[in-house]
Design a protein around this ligand. Structure first.
Ligand SMILES: [Zn+2]
Length: 247
């Protein structure tokens, strides 16, 4: 298999290209009540084989099990055969003050019809191959782990996070984990996001541990580094107390 084929062997990570899609819009992420979760806009697109719920998160249409209303929004559920779990994501369409249910109904119908058509066709080769024998998307080794690392950016009062789903063997998961953890150490702590960045750090370390990517010592080291913002706050508070007591 060539390098390009390997990189493309993750069905959750088809690249969203405008020329390849038959429908494309933006929706907003929703919580369990189907209401705007304030995570911002995300791409929502379809072609004959895939649904994109973000520009780099694709779901084979043949894996979709349910599309329906949820509160003012809607939910898409699918069976993930790689991990053998049911997964779901919720979205909504906003108007200035409320929710656009008519547009929501149209999106539900579109995804339902596309999934229906896809079930009557052979699965895309990448999805069929990944469901049968999942492989590391970098080196092609079988039995990879699904790694859902989370990138985090925070500048001033702005805060974004971005999931990063990859199929990786322990060796490649290790380098991916190091990249995400090191990057987050800097980008997650430039704004008020530093209040939550240690939680993201722990989440990423747990995923890496589950994938057999980090040893105990390295995991502890990353968590220690991840808690640096809290240590800084504690040190500053301690200093303020010391100052108040002594002057
Ligand atoms: Zn690998």
């Amino acid at each position: 298999m060539s390098q390009a084929d390997l990189a493309a062997s993750n069905p959750f990570r088809r690249r969203l290209r405008r020329k390849d899609v038959t429908f494309k819009t933006n929706v907003r992420g929703a919580n369990a009540q189907g209401k705007d979760n304030n995570a911002g806009n995300t791409d929502f697109a379809l072609n004959d084989d895939y649904l994109w719920i973000s520009y780099d998160f694709s779901i084979p249409l043949a894996w979709i099990t349910h599309v329906g209303d949820m509160g003012p929004g809607f939910v898409v559920s699918w069976h993930n055969p790689i991990e053998d779990v049911e997964e779901a994501a919720a979205f909504c369409v906003r108007t200035f003050f409320g929710y656009n249910r008519k547009r929501r109904d149209e999106l539900v119908r579109r995804v339902r019809e596309a999934a229906e058509r896809a079930r009557n066709r052979p699965q895309p080769a990448v999805a069929a191959a990944a469901a049968a024998i999942p492989r590391c998307q970098v080196c092609g080794v079988t039995a990879p782990h699904q790694c859902d690392f989370e990138w985090m950016f925070s500048v001033g009062h702005l805060f974004f996070s971005k999931p990063d789903r990859r199929l990786l063997c322990p060796k490649h998961a290790r380098w991916r984990a190091r990249l995400v953890l090191a990057s987050n150490l800097i980008t997650a702590n430039l704004g008020f996001g530093f209040f939550v960045s240690p939680i993201f750090c722990i989440g990423n370390v747990q995923i890496a541990r589950k994938a057999g990517a980090l040893g105990r010592v390295e995991a502890a080291l990353w968590i220690t580094l991840g808690f640096f913002p809290y240590a800084l706050i504690a040190w500053m508070l301690g200093w303020v107390v010391w100052y108040v007591v002594h002057f």
